[in-house]
Write a protein that binds this ligand. Structure first.
Ligand code: SAM
Length: 199
């Protein structure tokens, strides 16, 4: 199945993300980059165009691996100095290990039960797992037209998805890992919620 238009290339994706996040666009990446020490190793799942790497981590000597279903994004990452691999996160293959294993704006792809994905992330991380997930988005809008358009245009190639997190449902999911949660906070003007879990 063909991915929706926002995933066709990096420029389209970034324009739409900038439109969606407005002045908070940079803050969503900075919130994660600030948690990662210089020279650490990182595996970024569903990395998209790897803006976290090219804009924030590359200059700090971070050893970055990005995994994504989208071969175009992965090729760009490899060309820009990181290590990218095409990977379907629905596969139960163990993930590459790293100090920090993270996922931003993508856990909703694994609803209704994202636990197997988070469990694989915890198994692969040596230090911490970082999750940042939208908790306010058009796809869960009460406006049915807007919601349908948002779902349609965030199809990664596996079909339009019906579900998104709210802050309440995301908190409820992460409460299952309460003994590991070291930090939780809203970022990017309240559009995403960030969780840091001990490995
Ligand atoms: C909203 S984008 C987030 C990209 C990036 N993490 C960011 O925050 O800018 C979601 C990404 O998840 C990827 N994706 C969706 N389903 C996937 C799957 N089953 N396995 C791997 N990647 C997937 C898409 O190709 C897309 O690049």
């Amino acid at each position: 199945m063909r991915a929706s238009v926002i995933y066709h290339n990096r420029t389209t994706y970034e324009l739409l993300m900038r439109g969606l996040y407005g002045r908070h666009y940079g803050a969503r990446y900075r919130a994660i980059a600030d948690l990662i020490p210089d020279g650490a190793s990182v595996v970024d799942l569903c990395c998209g165009p790897a803006t976290l790497y090219t804009g924030y981590l590359r200059e700090r000597g971070v050893e970055y691996t990005g995994l994504d279903l989208n071969a175009g994004f992965v090729a760009r990452l490899n060309a820009s100095g990181g290590t990218g691999a095409v990977w379907n996160m629905h596969s139960d293959e163990p993930l590459p290990t790293a100090d920090y294993v993270l996922m931003q704006a993508s856990l909703y792809h694994f609803l209704p039960d994202p636990a197997p994905v988070l469990n694989r992330m915890l198994a692969a991380a040596r230090k911490q797992v970082i999750i940042a997930e939208p908790v306010r988005n058009l796809a869960s809008s009460d406006n049915k037209v807007l919601a349908a358009v948002a779902r349609r245009f965030t199809d990664a190639g596996e079909g339009a998805e019906e579900h998104r997190f709210t802050e309440t449902s995301l908190d409820a999911f992460l409460d299952r890992y309460a003994d590991r949660v070291e930090q939780r906070s809203l970022i990017a003007g309240g559009r995403e919620k960030l969780y840091v879990l001990s490995a």
